[in-house]
Write a protein that binds this ligand. Structure first.
Ligand code: KIV
Ligand code: ZN
Length: 514
């Protein structure tokens, strides 16, 4: 019997700390339900003390999710712990994750606390969290740069105070695999009550070593990994769930542990996260990148055709890649559409949602003959993305023209808080002209930080997915759009970003000093 490795997903918390990856309550609930389908053990849904919006998001995830444990993050202070405790109250299984920094540099420069004060505060925070739930996780922040003797002292006290999971964060991504592995070995061996808690690894990817460090921790006794889909997270991101899970599954000969992840849901979850956050997946990304299972060179293709294991260590189907077969077309009916989407794991909450999506499918089928699973998924996700709460702007129509030797132009009509406005503009290309026409009506004052387009499937009639990143007054948001016409997809992404940037809420960063 293999030991269980707990998969703790923090896409909705640490992932959301990536600039521009902020998610609405509805988006978080949608991702959380998919994470439950993926069968992650724990979903860290957010930092409830950050804002009323974050509190409500964690609360909604706690009510919506039944099988996974729902966790809220809290600094080691009364207000954070009380908010987290309240937010997870409706969960079938709820956890509070409290943390305080333990490295000399963090204690001295950020917290301005002595080591004794840090131990005392950690013990107090854990006991307080236990008033709300028996499932309490403690993290000595910046453990990767903390002194071993002090770490042993604080962790022993934390376990005595009632922490059931001890998470070891390499907060700044400084560790190397052999060091991080040895750290786990030393902690588990030296701390007298280490058998009373599960040890967990939380790695950042600043040196590209987050997955390697997490795996080294598992080899040395860690039984929980904290990770995010697509490796989303602060700076260079966190440990990528899909990579660490597939490494454990593929190299059973090395790791004596198993996860309960339904790996066939990996790709759908990765796509949902990419679409909602606007952080596109690079084509050569392991497991979920478009090229991850593509064989280009003749020698590789020949080998794979003769015997797939010559060049393949995993099966694409095992992580959710379909055979890209044509599933639907112009004559497919509403029932067939609904059934195929159900097979792909997409369920509609209301008849209206199904009808909207079906209408958009029919529009797409008029322009594109062969509709693949990927098209269907993108279409439904785009449908959800464009339907934002507190919508201010909506794209009504767009007409653009391009002519050799002339400046491109675009006529755009927008719905703005109940009224329609139109504007025409020229630009260096149709997308440029479209964005300028939108700005002529909106005057957002935002700066365009990034614009990218990718194809969902092959072919010039494929759906194009676009990301637009806007910055205003230090606030960064990502907008997404999908359409078989990339100019329309771009306009939708721009409008989606504008709706997000006009949302005025401000939230605290959990790792700023209290
Ligand atoms: O990276 C980190 O240290 C964190 C803590 C809040 C656990 O995310
Ligand atoms: Zn982190």
């Amino acid at each position: 019997m293999k030991e269980h490795l707990v998969i703790f997903d923090t896409t909705l918390r640490d992932g959301e700390q990536s600039p521009g990856a902020s998610m609405t309550k509805e988006e978080k609930v949608r991702i959380a339900k998919q994470l439950e389908k993926l069968r992650v053990d724990v979903i860290e849904a957010g930092f409830p003390a950050a804002s009323q919006g974050d509190f409500e998001s964690v609360q909604s995830v706690a009510s919506a999710v039944k099988d996974s444990t729902v966790c809220g993050l809290a600094r080691a202070v009364e207000n954070d712990i009380a908010r987290a405790g309240e937010a997870i109250q409706s969960a079938n299984s709820g956890r509070i994750h409290t943390f305080i920094a333990t490295s000399p540099i963090h204690m001295e420069k950020k917290l301005r606390m002595t080591p004794d004060q840090v131990v005392e505060r950690a013990v107090w925070a854990i006991s307080r969290a236990r008033d709300f739930t028996d499932d309490v996780e403690f993290s000595p922040e910046d453990a990767g740069r903390s002194e071993l003797d002090f770490l042993c002292r604080v962790i022993e006290a934390a376990i005595d105070a009632g922490a059931t999971t001890i998470n070891i964060p390499d907060t700044v991504g400084y560790n190397l695999p052999h060091q991080f592995g040895s750290l786990f070995h030393a902690l588990i061996e030296r701390i007298p009550n280490s058998d009373k808690a599960i040890f967990s690894a939380h790695c950042h990817n600043d040196l590209g070593l987050a997955v390697a460090n997490s795996l080294a921790a598992v080899r040395n006794g860690a039984r929980q990994i904290e990770c995010t889909l697509n490796g989303l997270g602060e700076r260079a991101g966190n440990t990528a769930l899909e990579e660490v899970v597939m490494a454990i599954k593929t190299r059973q000969d090395v790791f004596g542990v198993d996860t309960q992840i339904n790996t066939q849901e990996i790709l759908a979850t990765s796509r949902l996260v990419a679409n909602i956050t606007g952080f596109a997946v690079q084509p050569n990304k392991a497991i979920v990148g478009a090229n991850a299972f593509a064989h280009e060179s003749g020698i590789h293709q020949d080998g794979v055709l003769k015997h797939r294991e010559t060049y393949e260590i995993m099966r694409a189907e095992d992580v959710g890649w379909s055979t890209n077969k044509m599933v639907m077309g112009k004559h497919s009916g509403r029932n067939a559409f609904k059934t195929r989407l159900e097979e792909l794991g997409v369920e509609f909450e209301t008849e209206q949602e199904l009808n909207d999506a079906f209408m958009r499918f029919k529009e797409l089928a008029d322009r594109k003959h062969e509709i693949y699973d990927e098209d269907l998924q993108s279409l439904v996700t785009d449908n959800n993305i464009q339907r934002v709460e507190n919508e201010i702007y909506r794209l009504v129509s767009l007409k653009s023209s391009v002519e050799t030797g002339e400046r491109s132009s675009a006529d755009v009509t927008l719905w703005i808080e109940g009224k329609e406005f139109s504007a025409t503009s020229t630009g260096g290309g149709v997308v440029d002209a479209t964005f300028k026409a939108i700005e002529a009506m909106v005057h957002s004052g935002a700066t365009l930080e990034l614009y990218s387009v990718s194809n969902v499937t092959n072919g010039t009639d494929s759906l194009g997915e676009t990301t637009v990143r806007l910055e205003k007054g230090g606030r960064i948001v990502n907008g997404m759009g999908a359409d078989s016409d990339i100019v329309l997809a771009s306009a939708k992404a721009y409008v989606n970003a504008l709706n997000k940037i006009s949302d005025e809420f401000v939230k605290d960063h959990p790792q700023a000093s209290v």
